[in-house]
Design a protein around this ligand. Structure first.
Ligand SMILES: Nc1ncnc2c1ncn2[C@@H]1O[C@H](COP(=O)(O)OP(=O)(O)OP(=O)(O)O)[C@@H](O)[C@H]1O
Ligand SMILES: O=P(O)(O)OC[C@H]1O[C@H](OP(=O)(O)OP(=O)(O)O)[C@H](O)[C@@H]1O
Length: 329
């Protein structure tokens, strides 16, 4: 079966392709939809866009699964219906998601904060998701020894983020009375200087491996970014938006926390609970011996070994740590 062009798929999801636009694409779309009803979004469903590939895709899929958002995606289809909730998952390039959410074609989405800022659309930034962390930076060839970003004003910049680059260089240009030439490329930005197409680039840096391999160095940071949950400000499915937010928060808390349980003598209790204050407060239960307590609390997973050492040092015993599979706060 032929895959319909993505733009037509959006139009179909959107309801923009109707019987008044019976061109070839319409028939192709219509034919496709009646051959496989899973490709349509039921009108009452909340439309939730997620990155179809790239850096964020795997983590988002893991998060949806952890949050109990179950769906079956047919091979090569970019729309999947949720099995257990009135949600249609729409798989889109990360760079398009903010625009579609901002324009209201999609109710809810996950993409990078960088994409949201670049798209210059108004969306509700619901929550940071704690992955996809990197920085958008101005980078120039190491050999050029450019230490001051003002030296790049008026020069040639290649980037996948033309709007943010323009915004960044605007004041520098105004100060120098020049105009920085900004050229868009959709990928492999780091190659532009080596190819003689640019004096500097504006690109994402996480570990710095790509930048260093291309002989570049950071001249200035523009923005810190991470994956973010966004919604259309007028989303009609606020109940579903709230539900997804709660579920993702629960999953993130469970992923980042562990449950610690230990015993401690009554006279050392205050010292121990200062180490494990919990989210709201630790749970304290009296032991039968009348001299000690059992304490349980959530602690950050990243620090658990330090916390266990500190508990041991203040006299706690029988220290147990348990992973959480999910939570609701
Ligand atoms: N190296 C990185 N480390 C962390 N997050 C990143 C990194 N590169 C990109 N991201 C985040 O992921 C988002 C999507 O970037 P990605 O390069 O995966 O986009 P794509 O163009 O959809 O995929 P592809 O590069 O496979 O075509 C970025 O907007 C950014 O928020
Ligand atoms: O600092 P690093 O850890 O090397 O990561 C930075 C690189 O990651 C992203 O590209 P990606 O690898 O996703 O491919 P792309 O160039 O096709 O977007 C980004 O555009 C950088 O090139």
């Amino acid at each position: 079966m032929r895959k319909i062009p993505t733009t037509r798929l959006y139009a179909f999801i959107d309801g923009r392709l109707d019987s008044s636009s019976k061109d070839e694409s319409y028939f192709q779309t219509y034919h496709y939809s009646i051959m496989d009803r899973k490709n349509a979004s039921p009108p009452g469903n909340c439309r939730f866009a997620v990155p179809k590939k790239g850096r964020l895709n795997e983590k988002v899929m893991e998060m949806l699964s952890g949050a109990g958002i179950e769906f079956h995606r047919e091979p090569r289809l970019d729309v999947a219906l949720c099995k257990n909730l009135p949600i249609t998952i729409v798989f889109l390039p990360a760079s398009d998601i903010a625009k579609y959410v901002g324009e209201g074609n999609i109710d809810l989405g996950i993409t990078g904060y960088d994409v949201v800022e670049e798209s210059m659309v108004e969306v509700n930034k619901i929550m940071d998701l704690g992955f996809g962390k990197c920085k958008l930076c101005v980078q120039a060839p190491v050999v050029d020894e450019i230490k001051n970003v003002e030296d790049l004003a008026g020069k040639r910049i290649v980037t996948s983020f033309p709007a943010l680059t323009k915004k960044f260089f605007g004041p520098l240009d105004a100060k120098k009375g020049v105009e920085t030439k900004i050229n868009f490329v959709s990928g492999s930005v780091e190659a532009a200087c080596g190819l003689g197409l640019a004096d500097a680039v504006v690109d994402l840096v996480e570990t710095g491996t790509t930048m260093k391999a291309a002989g570049l160095e950071v001249v200035s940071d523009i923005l810190s970014t991470q994956a973010i949950l966004i919604a259309n400000p007028k989303a009609q499915h606020q109940d579903i938006v709230d539900l997804i937010q709660r579920r993702l928060e629960g999953f993130i808390t469970a992923r980042n926390s562990v449950f610690v349980v230990y015993n401690i003598s009554n006279h050392l209790l205050a010292k121990a609970t200062a180490i494990t204050p919990g989210k709201r407060s630790p749970t304290i239960t009296a032991l039968d011996d009348g001299e000690s307590k059992s304490v349980s609390a959530l602690v950050p997973k990243a620090n658990v070994n330090d916390i266990m050492d500190q508990l041991h040092d203040v006299g706690a015993t029988d220290i147990l740590v348990m992973n959480l599979s999910n939570s609701r706060m």
